[in-house]
Write a protein that binds this ligand. Structure first.
Ligand SMILES: [Zn+2]
Length: 285
């Protein structure tokens, strides 16, 4: 699941490689992926990349087109999408392909999606429509590198684990890095946002900046083009249940949800309490 650090490095690598590169042609083999029809995808034929940007977990490929002026390809990879820049073209049998942008010398920028559900999406937008697009207009402030003070931002009776992943509250954090952040801040995933002291809010803000910065720095050293299918995620907490906490050696516990896991250290985060396993309690009902 690409979150802010993964998309940050994708944006950096593509922004270093693509500007000035022409697009020979564009196709969207997964009919479901392209969510806009005006301007048509063919507007990208003969366009030139001008830049690549990130906002939260969203990626923006800016292009200058011959017939429609400046346009932006806005994309969200959701949980199973990948964006890679290949030296060779995709096989027509590549059923994971959602958007193919053909570049000179046989290179190809490719959005692929793994798994059975098609959820990754792409929009081709004019500048005015981009600014107004609901996926961007409703986003909260960036979680990194300089999030605002959190006391007011998180003043809601919801647990931190869901509040921090709410892109309209603060944008960029998902299921993997939220576990690392809450562990770094020594806060329970179920602590309510409106129950944070000034000190805890400051510790949480420092943990967000520190953890996301640590991951971006790790990728900066490890990740290069064509961009990996699987990122080398430097996790210490998320999905490490059953292993010793890196800080206190207590065995870490987890709560299992339908399609993800929430990992925490009982000693560092929940005053020794082991939280109820939702999956187990549902089976016992
Ligand atoms: Zn611990």
């Amino acid at each position: 699941m690409p979150e802010l650090p993964e998309m940050e490095i994708v944006a950096r690598r593509l922004d270093a490689a693509l500007p000035g590169t022409p697009i020979e042609s564009a196709t969207a083999p997964g009919l479901n992926a392209l969510k806009t029809f005006d301007p048509p995808l063919s507007a990208l034929d003969g366009a030139t990349f001008t830049g690549v940007r990130r906002r939260g977990k969203l990626l923006m490929l800016d292009v200058d087109t011959p017939g429609h002026g400046p346009l932006t390809v806005l994309s969200h990879l959701m949980s199973a999408g990948r964006l890679q820049l290949f030296d060779k073209r995709a096989s027509m049998r590549d059923r994971t392909a959602r958007l193919l942008l053909r570049l000179p010398e046989g290179r190809e920028l490719r959005i692929r999606e793994f798994g059975t559900r098609q959820r990754a999406w792409v929009k081709l937008l004019r500048p005015d429509d981009l600014a107004a697009d609901e996926s961007l207009a409703n986003l909260g402030p960036e979680a990194w590198p300089d999030p605002p003070p959190l006391r007011e931002l998180l003043a809601s009776p919801r647990p931190l684990h869901s509040l921090l992943r709410d892109q309209q509250v603060i944008t960029g954090i998902g299921r993997t890095w939220v576990d690392e952040i809450l562990h770094a801040a020594r806060l329970s995933p179920f602590k309510r946002g409106d129950d944070l002291s000034d000190e805890q809010a400051e510790a949480l803000r420092a943990a967000i900046v520190g953890e996301l910065g640590r991951v971006v720095a790790h990728y900066e050293a490890k990740v290069d083009l064509p961009l990996p299918e699987k990122f080398p995620k430097p996790t210490r907490v998320h999905a490490h249940q059953g292993q010793p906490c890196s800080r206190c050696e207590t065995v870490m516990e987890a709560v299992f949800y339908e399609d993800y896991v929430m990992t925490y250290c009982p000693h560092c985060q929940t005053e020794g309490r082991v939280l109820k396993d939702r999956r187990l309690s549902r089976l016992l009902k």
